[in-house]
Design a protein around this ligand. Sequence first.
Ligand code: LMR
Length: 335
Amino acid sequence: MKLLLGTLFLLPLAFGSMQAIASDYTIKFSHVVASNTPKGKAAELFARLVDERTKGRVKIEVFPNSQLYNDNKVLEAMRLSSSKTTGIMAAPSLSKFVKFSNTLQAFDLPYLFNDISDVHKLVDSSLMPRLTSGLNKKGLHALTVWDNGMKVFSIKGEKPLKNTPADFNGMKFRIQSSNIAASMIEKLGGTPQKLPFKEVYTALGQGVVDGQENAWSNVYTKKFYEVQDYISVSNHSYLGYLVVVSNEFWNNLPADIRDAVSISLKEATKANREYAAQADTDDRKKIENGKYAKVVDMSTAERAAWRKATAPVWAEFRDEIGGELIDDVNKLLGR
Ligand code: LMR
């Protein structure tokens, strides 16, 4: 009896290890947001598609909510990793590549995009390889861009952010690692503070910062709206992600595996755009219908005032990003 129980107990273990042996490659996909966001859902769909397409030869393990790494750490870990069979993939926001690419900073220029269709015009254009070109030298391979959405500003205080610069005066805002975002906040009259995404809710709740900028799905899923009084629908810049992997790991994969991963990513990217559009309306509505932060629309005149106040940021970063590239982006977007 003892022997039988022992054998029964060992059976699932044996199966488990057979399955582990069956996959030739493991990719740890690390991200910092919730699973029920446009990025979280796209990552899970991508994992399923790769599993089906490679018949289990490639296993993608998705780690949401900064469980494995924060975005700065993941890029370092990816660049340092030398395993040929276990790779790291991530989708940090475009702003978080500041240490690795000057050109990608273009995405952060305030009011570059009027809306998400402008973003897609750029992302789907032949300018994209120019925007990501520096990454290869840093050991990173760019795979695709995923949407979250246009950013809104939230604040804890007596009144919403609407005028410039008075409403920003004396207020501290959490931003991502972007130097352009830092300059933009200063031009508006506020004080920027760079913090990892994981720390934002607590920083807002404890008053370490007064406000932050983000897309609707992050404001909703991370409950920022519960510790903020107002959300201004500023749509002042874009929150999107660059899906990346290390050059070395990517180049070592057999061609058929690379094809299967690429096709799956293409499908996941298409779905991601739908998830993002949906989250934009649904998550906004859920916040509007709740009892916490009040959502405040902005008039054309108010938007124009913010745009004017932040315009000097463009000149400040023009040389760093590349003047010709900025001109080409503007031309593409019909400016
Ligand atoms: C942030 O840090 O606010 C965002 O980059 C988080 C994310 O991945 O959407």
